[in-house]
Design a protein around this ligand. Structure first.
Ligand SMILES: C[C@H](O)[C@@H](O)CC(=O)C(=O)O
Ligand SMILES: [Mg+2]
Length: 445
């Protein structure tokens, strides 16, 4: 299987009209149509394919699709063996192309496109080994794992030897943790109840249903109107009681001082963290907010729009976050997330992944399982986001039991979509968009 040659890479623009019902809405993304650039890689072996996605929210998908097409020339003709035997080299080939890096490097559209392709390569590798991705990672020789990571620009924070030492230390108890995950699953929190565009009635009804299903950790969107935030946080806190956890997410809405004063006004509802209080690039701003909010017992969480390992390195070095939110599509796939998980372990900062969207839960569950079993060895202050939308479009959807992610069993990275779903939601000619566009009169579409 490893000798198979990649013969074709196709990419499709697949969008879901989630904005019609305000699913996924927040202070900055008021009309998110959850979307993916969906990559399929074919090989000369009929039974070996790879599927990968990157997540976007509508119109931007077209641009990511274009970037994937340009990058595909670097992939076609390679064997899987060639790629995985020097995965670090292959990662650099995609991220450091002499002409394409000018529109990055390692950030923005080009980085999202790299993620889609590499997610498909990791999916294919896991399928070739007949394992779910998390198990491929857990079973991999630490030296081989380390050879997948590009350490360029991060050796001042984490050397290869330190990374190996972290993996060696976590070797103790690894089998017990794997067994525990298979039995109990990885703890999750829900964001599904309190999107910004939901009414109080909707919020009340969804929160009460979630409590009934056993959820104990809830995230609320904030940031547009302080009085609204106070009302909504009070409503949720009253419903969930004093013991359950509450998190708030502003999606980059504020300036630094505004963030400090706004969140201080919400402190009475005891949020565990404020997520993305300000620009995702403002490391020193996040450090100032962290320092100001620490006495109130509120941490800062960020990462869903943190574009590479170098940014995470600086956030960690500057004590600018207390919760690392890795994302399976924002950075350069598993390769770069391995670096981020290991840096978080070195700095002793808990990882609480960003998920939701389309397929982000399916993907990131593999990474956080690996983190617990092979890297952090801890569940303290850790949980993985869950959002209950669009799972029905995947061949191996996430399984949630008692508010925990149950480890996937199917080989691969869980992001293969149902062919019928892809066809119906392809933009703009799928049948779903035929209907939606007939009613919309947007000048941009
Ligand atoms: C636009 C997305 O729905 C965003 O609001 C998701 C997010 O911030 C989160 O889940 O966290
Ligand atoms: Mg968020």
């Amino acid at each position: 299987m490893l000798k198979s040659i990649i013969t074709k890479l196709t990419v499709k623009d697949v969008r879901f009209p989630t904005s019609l019902e305000q699913h996924g809405s927040d202070a900055m993304h008021t009309d998110p149509d959850y979307s993916v650039a969906y990559v399929t890689i074919d090989t000369d072996c009929e039974s070996l394919k790879g599927y990968g996605i990157t997540f976007t929210v509508g119109r931007g998908t077209e641009i990511v699709v274009c970037a994937v097409k340009v990058l595909s020339a670097l992939v076609i003709g390679k064997t899987l063996e060639e790629i995985v035997s020097d995965f670090r080299g292959f990662y650099r080939l995609l991220t450091n192309d002499g002409q394409l890096r000018w529109i990055g490097p390692e950030k923005g559209v080009i980085q999202l496109a790299v993620a889609a392709i590499l997610n498909a390569i990791w999916d294919m590798w896991a399928r070739a080994e007949d394992k779910p991705l998390w198990k491929l990672l857990v079973d991999m020789d630490p030296k081989q794992l380390i050879r997948c990571i590009d350490f360029t620009y991060i050796t001042d924070a984490l050397t290869e030897q330190e990374a190996l030492d972290i993996l060696a230390k976590a070797n103790k108890g690894k089998q017990e943790r794997e067994d525990q995950m298979l039995k109990e699953g990885y703890p999750a929190y829900t964001t599904s109840c309190a999107w910004l565009g939901y009414s109080d009635e909707q919020l009340t009804q969804l929160c009460s249903a979630a409590l009934g299903e056993g959820w104990t950790r809830f995230k609320v969107k904030v940031g547009v109107d302080l009085q609204d935030d106070i009302r909504r946080c009070k409503l949720i806190r009253n419903m969930i009681g004093p013991e359950n956890k509450l998190m708030i997410d502003a999606n980059q809405r504020w300036d630094v001082n505004e963030a400090i004063s706004w969140v201080s006004s919400l402190a009475e509802f005891r949020p565990l963290w404020i997520e993305e209080p300000t620009s995702p690039d403002d490391i020193l701003g996040h450090a100032a907010i962290s320092k100001a909010l620490a006495p109130l017992g509120i941490g800062v969480a960020t990462g869903e729009q943190c574009h590479n390992r170098v940014m995470f390195k600086q956030f960690l070095q500057a004590s600018a976050l207390q919760f690392v939110q890795i994302d399976s599509c924002r950075v350069g796939s598993v390769n770069e997330n391995l670096a981020i998980l290991l840096m978080a372990a070195k700095f002793k900062v808990p990882v609480c992944p960003h998920a939701g969207g389309v397929g982000l839960c399916e993907l990131v569950q593999h990474l956080i399982l690996f983190d617990y079993i092979s890297v952090s060895a801890s569940l303290d202050n850790r949980m993985c986001e869950y959002v209950d939308h669009l799972h029905e479009h995947f061949k191996s959807p996430t399984v949630i039991r008692k508010a925990c992610y149950i480890p996937p069993k199917d080989p691969g990275f869980s992001c293969e979509m149902l062919e019928t779903s892809v066809q119906k939601h392809q933009f703009p000619h799928g049948e779903v968009w035929g209907r939606v566009l007939a009613q919309k009169h947007s000048p941009i579409i």
